[in-house]
Design a protein around this ligand. Structure first.
Ligand code: MRU
Length: 336
């Protein structure tokens, strides 16, 4: 598989096909389903992950909930909506996409007939639009590179995290193609290693020279003058620019500020929460202690020790140089 023909999410034979990201990069296993509960489970387990990919797959899942129903559509639809709604709390793309499908469901003219075709059509539109947004982000984002740059990134923001070629990753990829990016440091992104497993895999496929570093190495790299610029994705952006992203992003941005290194966020406008004034209102997901006290299935500390494992943190707007969306580069004060 090359990344050029790789699609994270595919609508095939009226089902959703997705790669199981938990198994990557050591195994490439695909799951094909039209069962909304299976997709909900995949989102919870991070078999599907990354804010835009979560949104697109949830849209398909909600449409599938009424696929083979002959009547009583509303009860099944509402049950599926609730199930999908509680899979992950931070990425706003999930709620945005679910509400898009809900809007179509409740605006369907004929109450007695199946709304499935209208719902699946909307899910496919959301899918196509996400891919187009990735293209625009990648093309417009390269203006952040003022010279041939060494980039640091955190978590995974490429094809695996979206329905297209990625957000921050696509900016890096376009920068590399134009000769503006020469090397990438990929934070490993503890505890689930989206950086060392997924971003490294995508960098390899894109032919971009890179090294994986432990998250705590970022400051040392900056101190040595080895980093020119940082770019990451986001799971939810508040109207003032405060941005939630994978835990460790705030530390990275704070280090950038201290070392005078520009720090950018790249995300589609579907990641902007228009109902959220600032980052203090963003709900942060807490994850299971097993993701911290084990390496794989191997226990590395005492089971009885408490664990605190937020999946995301919020980077204050004043630590962010600019935010790239499909509309272009936004600079503070933000007016999205
Ligand atoms: O817990 P994850 O792997 O879903 O977290 C993903 C991230 O934090 C990404 O950086 C974010 O969703 C942007 S994806 C384009």
């Amino acid at each position: 598989m090359t990344m050029a023909d790789f699609k994270n999410l595919e609508y095939i034979d009226d089902k959703l096909k997705f790669i199981n990201q938990v198994k990557l990069p050591l195994a490439e296993e695909y799951i094909i389903t039209d069962n909304y509960a299976r997709i909900a489970e995949a989102i919870e387990r991070l078999e599907i992950r990354g804010a835009p990919a979560i949104g697109v797959s949830a849209a398909y899942a909600l449409a599938f909930s009424v696929k083979n129903k002959l009547d009583n559509f509303e009860a099944e639809f509402e049950k599926a909506y609730e199930r999908l709604h509680r899979t992950r709390p931070t990425a706003v793309n999930l709620f945005w996409a679910l509400n898009q499908i809900k809007e179509v469901f409740y605006s369907a003219p004929e109450k007695g007939s199946s709304p499935y075709l209208s719902l699946i059509e909307r899910a496919r539109e959301i899918h196509r639009a996400d891919s187009e947004k990735c293209d625009m982000i990648g093309k417009k984002g390269i203006e952040i590179f003022k010279k041939k740059s060494v980039v640091i990134t955190h978590c995974n923001t490429g094809a695996l995290a979206t329905a297209g070629d990625g957000t921050a990753f696509n900016v890096i990829r376009h920068g590399f193609k134009k000769g503006l990016v020469e090397f990438v440091y990929a934070d490993e992104t503890r505890p689930l290693n989206q950086g060392s497993r997924l971003t490294a895999f995508e960098l390899e496929k894109a032919g971009i020279p890179f090294a994986i570093n432990s998250d705590s190495t970022a400051g040392y790299l900056m101190q040595q003058g080895k980093i020119d610029i940082a770019v990451t994705g986001a799971d939810r952006i508040a109207l003032n620019g405060d941005s939630a992203n994978k835990i460790g992003t705030y530390s990275l941005a704070a280090l950038c500020k201290m070392h005078n290194i520009p720090f950018y966020i790249a995300a589609p406008t579907t990641t902007i929460d228009t109902g959220c004034e600032d980052g203090s209102r963003i709900k942060i997901e807490l994850r299971d202690k097993k993701e911290i006290n084990r390496f794989g299935s191997h226990l590395i500390t005492k089971e009885e020790y408490d664990v605190y494992s937020p999946a995301f943190d919020v980077t204050p707007a004043e630590f962010i140089t600019g935010i790239i969306t499909e509309k272009g580069l936004h600079l503070p004060p933000y007016k999205f």
